[in-house]
Design a protein around this ligand. Structure first.
Ligand code: SAM
Length: 420
């Protein structure tokens, strides 16, 4: 990965999100200047926003998932003094090590794992049931919770968010047992981990980036925790020059699951009802977040191609005798997904300046019983039906899907808004 693709971006990022240099390529193509504003309505962990900020371009992000929103927000704050942040982090590390040593003196971490799990710090049952089984072992969890409690106790508003984000990053990359391939799963189980050391390293990397980038930037940036299908109260009329974004695709990726460990430990999801409420704010892109009352499909009922794909998936399900609850939802989630994207593109129009350019990075999918869904092509059709002009559909990368023996294209759909 290019060195300039790491700084700040690496504070916390999704596996396989688009690379920062792709953002730069399109911002250059669109010929932006410092008076322009870029919007990323599905900003995730903030790749577009951080790139804009590095280039001194104003940007707005929207993200429905609290953990990703939090990451974007922190990654846009370059205000902390690096030495002071590092000193505060060192103090937290020392106090955490002291508390951990206290536990050790009391014999707790020397016990067998069954006894240890009774005496170590752990999460309450309603949170534990939210975690993917074995996503973190008892001793690393114990150390993480002690570290978090010290971050809380020594809370300093100037540093607090960075410290929590570094904890989230270390949970995903080192402290937990997660493996991404690209879906989240369980890798090798670590009985112990150097929780404090890893966290302090992350703080060191942040501090170094802040020393490189902090304090020199006049660009305005803001990020909202909101639903990109509901934009009218967030965006000012005719305020956006460029949209650069990567929405979810119609596959089985569940963003609440890929971020579950850190979301639960940092307190963004407290129990099952929180999780359900959160899933309802997301675009319906997987069968785990489809609800009875969902009706985004009404926006695309007249679109023949989407209906045909949905019907083909359902026919194939019946032919193959697939009867699980999730398989029965494959055809419905396809309609709901494109309906949600229709609603988003519909709601976006008043916020766009005349001549605004838009780039949507999306991938073809064949996750639903191997029926090919050409996401970019369909999205372009939906956009054109709403008055957008199609400029191009560019191939960004492709991957060979062994199941279907076909190349799945990841594309950039480039649109232009001609004005009212
Ligand atoms: C492909 S990811 C974007 C990754 C991003 N480019 C990055 O740099 O991390 C899609 C994002 O859309 C978010 N999302 C899903 N439904 C949404 C909605 N209705 N409104 C806003 N964001 C949503 C997901 O939580 C996820 O973070």
């Amino acid at each position: 990965m290019l060195a300039e693709d790491r700084s700040v971006h690496d504070w916390y990022r999704f596996v396989l999100s688009f690379p920062p240099h792709l953002v730069r390529t399109y911002l250059e193509r669109f010929g932006l200047n410092k008076d322009n504003t870029v919007l990323d309505p599905f900003c995730g962990t903030g790749t577009t926003l951080v790139e804009c900020k590095k280039l001194g371009i104003n940007c707005i992000g929207i993200e429905a998932l609290p953990m990703a929103y939090f990451a974007s927000r922190v990654k846009l704050n370059w205000g902390a003094k690096p030495e002071a942040l590092q000193q505060h982090a060192s103090k937290i590390a020392i106090e955490t090590e002291q508390e951990l040593a206290y536990y050790k003196r009391n014999g707790r971490s020397n016990k067998t794992s069954i006894e240890a799990s009774r005496t170590l710090e752990s999460l309450p049952p309603e949170k534990t049931t939210l975690l993917i089984k074995d996503s973190i072992s008892p001793i690393p969890l114990h150390k993480t919770l002690i570290l978090l409690s010290v971050i809380e106790r020594l809370k300093n508003d100037l540093f607090y968010d960075y410290e929590r984000l570094a904890l989230a990053k270390s949970l995903v990359t080192s402290t937990g047992n997660l493996r991404f391939g690209p879906e989240v799963g369980i890798g090798s189980i670590k009985s112990d981990a150097d929780v404090v050391g890893v966290w302090l390293n992350e703080m060191g990397a942040m501090t170094a980036d802040l020393a490189d980038f902090g304090g020199i930037n006049g660009a305005q940036s803001s990020v909202y925790c909101a639903d990109a299908r509901d934009l009218d109260r967030i965006l000012k009329p005719e305020s956006v020059d460029v949209v650069f974004t990567s929405p979810p695709y119609p596959n089985e990726k569940d963003y609440t699951r890929t971020t579950r460990l850190e979301s639960v430990i940092l307190g963004f999801i407290a129990d099952k009802s929180d999780l359900r409420n959160l899933k309802q704010t997301l675009l319906r892109s997987n069968t785990r977040n489809v609800y009875k009352q969902d009706d985004d499909d009404k926006w695309v009922n007249n679109c023949e191609e989407i209906r045909e794909i949905s019907e083909m998936i359902e026919r194939k399900r019946v032919d193959l005798g697939k009867t699980s609850g999730f398989e029965k939802l494959y055809s419905r989630v396809t309609m709901l997904y494109f309906g949600g994207m229709y609603k988003h593109l519909f709601q976006l129009r008043p916020a766009l300046k005349s001549g605004a350019r838009l780039a949507y990075v999306v991938g073809d999918q064949a996750s639903y019983l191997q029926v090919m869904i050409r996401t970019g092509h369909i999205l372009a059709q939906i956009a054109q039906s709403l008055g957008y002009e199609l400029e191009s559909i560019d191939l960004f990368r492709s991957r060979f899907a062994t199941a279907t023996k076909q190349d799945l294209r990841e594309e950039v759909v480039v649109l232009r808004w001609p004005g009212k």
